[in-house]
Design a protein around this ligand. Sequence first.
Ligand code: ADE
Length: 237
Amino acid sequence: MSFEASVLTLYPDMFPGTLGQALAGKALKSGAWSLDITQIRDFATDRHRSVDDTPAGGGAGMVLRPDILARAIDHVSPADDDRPRLLMSPRGKPLTQEMVRNLATGPGAVIVCGRFEGVDERVIGARQLTEVSIGDYVLSGGEVAAQVLLDAIVRLLPGVMGNAVSGQTESFETGLLEHPHYTRPSEWEGRTVPDVLTSGNHAKIEAWRREQAEHLTRERRPDLWQARARKKPPSHG
Ligand code: ADE
C-alpha cells in the first residue's frame, strides 16, 4: 500500500502545486503516493456556502465552523481510518525530521489546511486533529505548510529518492547540519575548491566534512549542538 494523503482546503486549486513537480511529482505519477483534495466548502449547507462565522466572545477575524469541517473530515476519513489527522496551524507542534520520518512509515495522513483566525476548538478535539506548525511565523493559510510537510514525507517513501545515501548524511538525520559542497570548475571567480576534496584521501575527506558539519552546527544551530551533546556523552579514551 502506498502512502495516501488527503488534504482538506478552501483553495483546492493550490494543489498539487509544488507537489506535482520534480521528485514528489514523479513519485505521484509512479504511484509511490496518492493525493486527494477535498473542498471544505462543498460541505456547507446554506445558500451562500459559508464555512466561517464570527468568533464567540468577539474579536477580529472569522472562525471555521466545526459542523462543516467535521462533515468534510468524516467524508474523507471515517472513524475507522487509521491515518493520523493533522491540522496545519502556527499553534501546532513544530515539525521535525523525526515527525516526518514517523509519518512516512505510516499509511498516510489526513491534512486540514486552516484559514481565517482559526478553527473552532471543538472539532479539533472531536476529530482528534493534531496541530502541526512548520515554523514560528504566520502564513496566510495552511496550504503551503501542507505542501512543505508532504514534500518532506514523500522524499522518504520507499523507492522515491534515487540516491538513498544522501538521505542518511543530510541535515537533521545525523543531528548535524550538512558540510559544504563543491563541484567543477575547480577555480571560479578566484575561489578554489578546498585541496582536501581533490586529494583522493577518503579518510581525510570524511574527517574534513565532519569538522565542517560540526563547526557549522555549533555556529548556526547552538540548539541542535546542545541537543546532540546531551544525547551523546563525550567518549573517554
Ligand atoms: N498556517 C499559518 N501559519 C502556519 C505555520 N507556521 N505552520 C503551519 N500552518 C500554518
